[in-house]
Design a protein around this ligand. Structure first.
Ligand SMILES: Nc1ncnc2c1ncn2[C@@H]1O[C@H](COP(=O)(O)OP(=O)(O)O)[C@@H](O)[C@H]1O
Ligand SMILES: [Mg+2]
Length: 406
């Protein structure tokens, strides 16, 4: 089971610049959590503080009973082995092949023989859909492939905690859906605790069990995903809708005069550019691919949320109840298909359920998994020249995560 990460009263500054203060949250073991927040609010700094790369002035980060803000370098070295980290830019060594990049943690942290290293590296390369590209240098491949190589490297030590800094940045909506699905599949397979730092609202809506948001140097909230998605807080609503009208400004807080001018513009029907999507309408969480075990954290998460329920706002309570009912329906149908049709049938469940008559919740579930970004998604994919090289290598050649879907 994944390891719980418990953060209490954490404060971080660089010189006189305070980044965030008094941040407290717990990443429940084996659950998937997301951290949202405008650019520059210190999400990456938070992630680096969790692995002891940056040192906070105050507070504690308890992992497996050890406060990593206080422990010795030797203890920290041991604790770090629990982590797999996908940094924002992939952080690959430019002069090393993908193979050597991915093998690096194994050669550094273990005494495994080269044939064992090769077995593990090739397994992870296969998992992230990079088979055939192992001899390439990071500079020779697309951003999406670098991201997946970074993820493969994060996975080689079988981490119990996985941190992903903007796994979606630089990826088109379809590739983003694949990498999100991969994270859910990995969670189902190894029950690792996962934290995803992201701006991507589709990820926030469909992947995590819990969501937190950093804003104005503070953690605005952290709780079950339904709580944030149904929040009435202006900053949360603005962030989710991607609108320029609201408390979040281009570079700093907006003053009252600006806020009043915006209110007048809105009243006059001028758009702030945001989506009109209703985020309070909870859509089903992404499920592990056919053939994967069920996520063990789902039951634990539900238990925890039920205990928490009375303390949550009424709209969050209602959203959670509806979402649980929806989940039960999706899971029951998925189980029925897997049992009734065996492995072969399981692989076909997408097609089968997508056409299941009169079953709205079920028909919706696979669609959300594969159709991230709505009808525009595939179009955007082909229009992204920077990602062009990716197409030849992954999905067509190794449709590991595309099984039964084409
Ligand atoms: N090593 C560092 N030294 C000084 N300032 C830093 C350092 N790392 C990040 N910062 C500052 O911390 C703030 C938050 O950065 P970051 O965590 O990268 O934001 P986010 O990931 O939310 O976009 C920024 O103002 C950035 O300039
Ligand atoms: Mg960042």
């Amino acid at each position: 089971m994944g390891v719980e990460v418990s953060v209490e009263g954490l404060t971080k500054s660089f010189g006189s610049q305070n980044i965030w203060r008094d941040v407290s949250l717990t990443l429940p073991s084996g659950e998937v959590s997301a951290l949202l927040g405008p650019s520059g609010t210190g999400k990456s700094v938070f992630l680096k503080t969790l692995i002891g790369l940056l040192h906070p002035e105050q507070g504690s980060v308890i992992i497996d009973g050890t406060d990593i803000t206080q422990c010795s370098a030797k203890e920290l070295y041991e604790i770090r082995k629990l982590f797999g980290v996908l940094f924002q830019d992939g952080a690959l060594f430019g002069s090393m092949s993908l193979y050597d990049n991915i093998a690096f943690p194994l050669r550094e942290h273990t005494k495994k023989k080269e044939d064992e290293v090769r077995r593990i590296v090739m397994e992870k390369i296969d998992l992230v859909g990079l088979a055939g590209a192992e001899d390439k240098l990071p500079g020779e491949i697309s951003g999406g492939m670098r991201k997946r190589a970074g993820l493969a490297r994060a996975l080689v030590l079988d981490p119990q905690i996985i941190l992903c800094d903007e796994p979606d940045s630089g990826l088109d909506p379809v590739r983003t859906a694949y990498i999100s699905q991969l994270l859910i599949d990995i969670n189902a397979q190894i029950d690792a605790t996962i934290l995803i730092v992201t701006h991507n609202i589709n990820i926030a809506r469909t992947i995590p069990d819990n969501i937190g948001m950093l804003f104005r140097k503070e953690l605005v909230m952290f709780g079950p995903r339904e709580q944030l998605l149904t929040s009435e807080q202006p900053v949360v609503k603005q962030f989710l809708s991607g609108d320029r009208f609201g408390p979040i400004g281009m570079s700093e807080e907006k003053d009252e005069a600006v806020a009043a001018a915006e209110a007048a513009m809105q009243a006059a029907g001028i758009s702030g550019g945001g989506t009109k999507d209703d985020f309070t309408e909870i859509i089903p969480q992404v499920q592990p691919n056919p053939g994967m075990p069920e996520r063990k954290a789902v039951g634990r998460h539900r238990q925890r949320v039920l205990e928490l329920l009375p303390s949550l706002p009424a709209n969050a309570q209602q959203a959670i109840r509806e979402s649980m009912a929806m989940e039960d329906e999706v899971l029951a149908t998925k189980r029925a298909h897997e049992q009734g049709q065996g492995q072969a049938g399981a692989a076909e469940w997408t097609t089968a359920t997508a056409t299941a008559p009169g079953s709205v919740a079920v028909a919706d579930a696979p669609t959300d998994v594969y159709d991230f970004g709505g009808n525009d998604a595939p179009t955007q994919q082909w229009e992204t020249p920077a990602d062009a090289p990716t197409e030849q290598v992954d999905t067509t050649k190794k449709p590991r995560h595309g099984d039964g879907r084409s």
